[in-house]
Design a protein around this ligand. Structure first.
Ligand code: DLL
Length: 436
């Protein structure tokens, strides 16, 4: 019979036992942080919280929040909770030098992270004998390494393709008979199109399931990918700060992602007040790690907006489910899987001698994100008609690529031609319509 669970006892644990496990682990995790991370200990002290106040999961709300700014401030070692000699790995967020967050892992941390990814793979039907094509990027990005490790644990034959080189992806997919595909949803859609262009139909590949995440995607996109590749497409969620993919994963029911609650406790808060909201209400997702050695995070504000649900799931898992993230409470954009902040674009413009009058237009064409940046020229360069506007735009695009890691299309426009709004400037127009 097909295996349905990777760690059945945990994945189907009754609520009371899970809360007891979480309580026990939380107390230990908080002590570990208190003893080893002076920065967080200070935050606790400022809030008047001591170790005695944290007796179990019901006391979680007493702890102070951590934000991405804390992580950046403390770059690189400020939140490390173990000697660096005990660490065997770092991973980092996509984005730029200024915005990078570095996460550290001990061997045990890697092990538990890979278990989480293995749970996701087994939930979609992967098993020994499957051929798992991992087409997330390998390297600092967590997607490739995480699913690679999970695939090994399940016993699949792992194809560590990394992203890009579509011809080779297709060649291995077909020649080696890949049955499970792991990549971003936009790359899955692109692969599907490329197969079609090569005159291949869904029956020509052996794929049965795909695990797609790292960026928002819609139900329509899911249906398209399923039809064009002839597979079932599943969502997976995670963030570098909390280890990477596998914090939450979809099961056969395809209606939200089960959170690996034995390793990560989820709360939903009001992003404006920080108040914890009752289960079922929409708000910002906050995670507390329970088992991490090197880089534990207590009450980390993800900025992702979602809803939690404890409705019974037909797959038999009792782990709480989160809906697809419905946007973010900060201004971060995810473009082709890369985290982009409008402020980075502004920094480049100012550095290159432009005014900060700009507008970012993001769209999705043929399932690939596009990034157009409209920038007003200075009156001086505008009157200089002989100047080659095209080469100026290319130069600016190059500088932005260096900062962002992805190439925008830059359009230099006449001074004062970008509409000024009365309130906050509308810096970003996102036409991707990824959410209801
Ligand atoms: O994207 C980890 C990952 C890799 C997840 C592979 C799934 C698959 P970061 O680069 O740190 O880590 O970006 C984390 O990406 O806060 C969300 O805003 C967004 N995100 C991740 N998964 C999803 C998803 C990886 N399934 C940020 N749906 C998170 C929507 C997602 N957004």
């Amino acid at each position: 019979m097909e295996k349905r669970f990777y760690q059945k006892e945990i994945e189907t644990m009754d609520r009371e036992s899970m809360r007891a496990l979480q309580s026990e682990r939380l107390v230990k995790q908080v002590k570990h942080v208190w003893d080893n991370v002076p920065y967080y200990r200070n935050l606790m002290e400022e809030k008047g919280v001591t170790l005695d106040d944290i007796k179990g999961i019901d006391d979680l709300h007493k702890l102070p929040f951590l934000t991405k700014d804390d992580l950046r401030d403390q770059y690189p070692y400020g939140l490390l909770a173990t000697d660096i000699e005990n660490c065997v790995r770092i991973q980092s967020t996509s984005g730029t030098t200024g915005k990078r967050v570095v996460a550290f892992y001990t061997q045990d941390d890697v092990n538990l992270w890979e278990d989480c990814c293995a749970r996701a793979l087994v939930a979609v039907g992967a098993d020994k004998g499957d051929v798992c094509q991992v087409s997330y990027g390998y390297g600092l990005f967590t997607g490739g390494p995480g699913l690679n490790g999970g695939s090994h644990k399940v016993g699949c034959l792992t194809l560590p393709m990394s992203s890009g080189n579509t011809d080779r992806q297709i060649q291995f997919m077909l020649d080696l008979g890949a049955t499970v595909l792991c990549c971003t949803p936009s790359y899955a859609a692109f692969l599907a199109e490329s197969l079609k262009e090569a005159g291949l139909s869904p029956e020509d590949n052996k794929l049965k399931a795909g695990i797609f995440g790292a960026e928002p995607w819609t139900e329509e996109m899911r249906r398209d990918i399923e039809k064009n590749l002839g597979i079932k497409a599943y969502d997976i969620y995670g963030l570098t700060e909390t280890s990477g993919p596998g914090v939450a994963f979809e099961c056969r029911e395809q209606s939200g992602m089960h959170i690996n609650e034995d390793h990560f406790v989820a709360e939903i808060i009001d992003p404006d007040t920080g108040e914890v909201l009752p289960e079922g209400e929409k708000g910002e997702l906050v995670f507390t790690s329970l088992t991490k050695e090197a880089f534990p995070l207590l009450r980390y504000r993800t900025r992702d907006i979602t809803v939690l649900s404890r409705e019974k799931c037909s797959c038999g898992r009792t782990l709480v489910k989160m809906k697809k993230p419905m946007g973010r409470s900060d201004d971060m954009l995810i473009i082709r899987g890369v985290n982009v902040f409008p402020s980075q674009i502004e920094t480049v413009l100012l550095k290159e001698g432009y005014t900060p009058n700009y507008q970012i237009v993001v769209d999705r064409v043929n399932n690939t994100d596009t990034l157009d940046v409209y920038v007003e020229m200075n009156p001086e360069s505008f009157s200089d008609v002989v100047k080659d506007i095209g080469s100026d735009a290319d130069k600016l695009a190059g500088a932005m690529k260096t900062m962002l890691g992805i190439s925008p299309k830059v359009h230099l426009v006449a001074p004062k031609s970008i509409v000024r709004s009365e309130g906050k400037a509308v810096r970003v127009i996102d036409n991707r319509k990824l959410h209801d």
